[in-house]
Design a protein around this ligand. Structure first.
Ligand SMILES: Cc1cc2nc3c(=O)[nH]c(=O)nc-3n(C[C@H](O)[C@H](O)[C@H](O)COP(=O)(O)OP(=O)(O)OC[C@H]3O[C@@H](n4cnc5c(N)ncnc54)[C@H](O)[C@@H]3O)c2cc1C
Length: 453
């Protein structure tokens, strides 16, 4: 059988996808527009180029979700992890690499593979036939982005992410915060109590505004135009426009009664909205920001109820093309309206080199199974790989969907271990998560060995 898989984009996701599919016997064509067409962030024509930092983040596979994802990719013979090991630089617990030799090695491994060819061209339309994986990343070229927009609808494709910080629900102090939707709106009790609310006195609000104004911010990069400003101003920009702007915007206190002190009207309220079906993650509503990470932690911990909050991810605003995957993709990462096309990588709404490569790995294995007339069984949501794919293909709230890093908040809670929640038991809990994930991933891999053609 000669089955050809076309992959658009030879970045993190496309490179990993090509490797996986080619090793399983498919013929693969990578369509990569660089170096003919450039992006504002890439510098070379190499496959697997790291656009910014040279780090794949933590390599701790016992205590860290991204380290666990490394482990799972290694177990699946992942090219990105194998190559990273060859070009590793000393970086404490992080997996950092010498970026140019890394990308050169990825390119060499792919171009030397007998089943892979590379076509250096820009793809400008969604193909009608053949099997395709679109892995064109956060800087997808304009023509292809337009074709995707036409296919999926204008509100299903974003050009910027505006990420509000996300906290682990079990680290919010519920002696201070309370659950209530504004004006108790909603048909069911769940809906009437959908938001976590953190109250502020006037003094606390004024101190918060001072901290916002004084905080360290990140400058916009070249190519990151400020178009998004219409819809989602960073909170610090709102604060610059007037000290009361936030109190009349995302921090307005109307329609809310402090359950711990009903007689006192809060001066301002910070609201957090549920971010995943599991209810383990909450995002701070309207708090997209360009503050530096250290500043975000310091400023957000001044919010009553969030003093000890732990963040699954911090806020940001970046140039980023991504689709509303929970609405558009099926559980096999196929575009529902055109099942011959899969999406993988950052364009599916995962965030980061590792997560992007991981989704490339999975999409390719799904394509291989399909080429053999099979359907890959669902990846257990207890694994890092499964937690991510479950999130983007349905676990996330489609209405507020924003790119997501892998984190333990995406994992189903532990059952039957007797390990309690809270900060003190974190180490045991993370170890239990990673042990469970490794066992389930090993089992899943054994059941789904890609069949050579
Ligand atoms: C400026 C910037 C900085 C970032 N910094 C980091 C960081 O430090 N750490 C981190 O973990 N993540 C970072 N990211 C986020 C993201 O994880 C990386 O961009 C990652 O490379 C995404 O992998 P990918 O395979 O989805 O996309 P890419 O690695 O970007 O690969 C997509 C490929 O598709 C090609 N392409 C695009 N359109 C077409 C087309 N129409 N036809 C053919 N080819 C096409 C591109 O040239 C590119 O090679 C950053 C993103 C941006 C935009």
């Amino acid at each position: 059988m000669t089955h050809t898989l076309n992959i658009v984009g030879g970045g993190m996701a496309g490179s990993e996808a090509a490797w996986q599919a080619a090793n399983a016997g498919l013929k693969v064509v990578i369509h990569e527009m660089r170096p003919k067409v450039e992006t504002f962030a890439h510098r070379t024509g190499h496959l697997g180029e790291m656009v910014c930092s040279n780090s794949f983040r933590s390599d701790d596979h016992e205590q860290n979700a991204v380290g666990l994802l490394h482990w799972e990719m290694r177990a699946a013979n992942g090219l990105i992890m194998q190559t990273a090991a060859k070009h590793r630089l000393p970086a404490g617990g992080a997996l950092a690499v010498d970026r140019d030799p890394f990308a050169e090695s990825v390119t060499a491994a792919l171009t030397a593979h007998p089943n892979i060819s590379v076509s250096y061209e820009e793809i400008t339309a969604l193909p009608d036939s053949g099997d395709w994986i679109i892995a064109t990343g956060p800087l997808t070229s304009g023509t292809l982005a337009e074709a995707i927009r036409v296919e999926t609808g204008a509100d299903q494709l974003a050009f910027f992410d505006a990420i509000a910080p996300i906290v682990y629900a079990d680290t919010v102090n519920m002696d201070v915060a309370w659950m209530q939707s504004r004006y108790d709106k909603g048909e069911t009790e769940d809906e009437r109590t959908a938001y976590l609310n953190c109250p502020m006195t006037r003094d606390q609000y004024e101190a918060f505004i001072d901290a916002l104004l004084a905080s360290d911010k990140t400058e916009f990069k070249e190519g990151e135009t400020a178009k998004y400003f219409d819809g989602c101003l960073p909170i610090e920009v709102m604060a610059e426009r007037g000290r009361e702007t936030l109190r009349f915007g995302p921090m307005k206190p109307v329609g809310l009664t402090n359950a711990h002190d009903p007689a006192t009207k809060p001066y301002a309220v910070v609201q957090l909205r549920r971010d995943n079906a599991l209810g383990t993650l909450y995002n701070i509503v309207g708090f997209q920001t360009k503050m530096k990470y250290g500043a975000q932690k310091a400023v957000f911990k001044t919010i009553p109820g969030l003093e000890d909050a732990e963040f699954a991810r911090l806020g940001g605003i970046h140039r980023n093309t991504f689709i509303n995957a929970p609405t558009l993709l099926d559980s096999q990462m196929r575009l529902k309206s055109r099942p011959n096309i899969r999406f993988a990588g950052q364009i599916t709404g995962v965030e980061g080199y590792v997560e992007s490569a991981a989704m490339g790995l999975l999409a390719a294995r799904m394509a291989v199974a399909q080429a053999h007339g099979l359907t890959l069984p669902d990846v257990p949501a207890t694994t890092a790989m499964g937690a991510l794919v479950t999130h983007i293909t349905g676990g996330a709230d489609a209405k507020t969907f924003q790119p997501m890093n892998v984190n333990f908040g995406l994992f189903p809670p532990l059952e039957g271990t007797g390990i309690k929640g809270g900060r003190r038991n974190r180490k045991d809990r993370y170890k239990a998560y990673t042990d469970r994930a490794k066992a389930d991933w090993t089992d899943w891999l054994a059941r789904t060995v890609p069949v050579p053609a």
